[in-house]
Structure formats: structure tokens, C-alpha cells
Design a protein around this ligand. Structure first.
Ligand SMILES: [Zn+2]
Ligand SMILES: [Zn+2]
Length: 121
């Protein structure tokens, strides 16, 4: 469930073919925010929000094309599973932000694995 917006992809300068839609990627996966309660110490710059499933404690998003979106999540799943070299440098940077912001909030990779939260979406 990703809203589509008339914005430019923030990961790619050019596209061929050109994407019809751009999606808003929640840098800190919504599923993680629903799985773990809002921490006392929020990640720096966190902005609260909500989605169809409830409240989010860090609702920040970045606009990316569908191809980049799937790649970022593939990179994130690989990172959570201990394989940090999947995806392009830009895709890995966005994926890595999920883990750094989660850690700032006290959510470790071990906690994500134990909760079966791999960052697929
Ligand atoms: Zn996403
Ligand atoms: Zn793109």
C-alpha cells in the first residue's frame, strides 16, 4: 500500500522506460513501526504520522520510482539478513537509513529478526 504522487524519483536522474507513477517509500518501514511501540527516544528528525493501519512514529518518506522501491526493499531485506552488498549504492543508502533510524529508536537487527520483520515492504 504505497501512495502514488506526482513527484520525481529521488534515486535516478533518468528512466527508460519512464515510470508512470512515483511511490512514497517510508524510510522506516511501516511494519516495523507497527511491530515495535513508539520509543521514548525517537530518531532525529522523526515526524509522527499515520497510515491505514494506525499511527506511525516516523512517517518520513522519499519519492522513488517503482523499480527503485522494489530494489530498496530487496537491499533492506538482504541487509537485515546479513548481506549488505545487494543493490546500487543509492539503493543501499536508503535501505541503510531504515536500519540506522531503527537503531536510534532502540530496535536492533536481532529484534527485527526475532519478530520476523525483514523490511519487505
Ligand atoms: Zn517502501
Ligand atoms: Zn527511479
Amino acid at each position: 500500500m504505497t501512495p502514488t504522487v506526482p513527484a520525481a524519483c529521488s534515486l535516478h536522474k533518468t528512466h527508460a522506460p519512464r515510470p508512470v507513477v512515483v511511490e512514497l517509500h517510508h524510510v522506516l518501514p511501516r511494519a516495523w513501526q507497527h511491530a515495535f511501540p513508539a520509543p521514548a527516544a525517537l530518531p532525529a528528525g522523526a515526524v509522527a504520522g499515520h497510515d491505514a493501519d494506525g499511527s506511525l512514529w516516523d512517517a518520513r518518506t522519499v519519492p522513488i520510482c517503482p523499480t527503485a522501491h522494489r530494489s530498496v526493499h530487496a537491499a533492506l531485506v538482504a541487509m537485515v539478513r546479513g548481506h549488505p552488498h545487494v543493490g546500487s549504492p543509492r539503493e543501499r543508502k536508503v535501505a541503510g537509513l531504515a536500519l540506522s533510524r531503527a537503531l536510534e529508536a532502540g530496535v536492533t537487527v536481532e529484534m527485527l529478526l526475532a519478530a520476523h520483520q525483514y523490511g519487505e515492504a
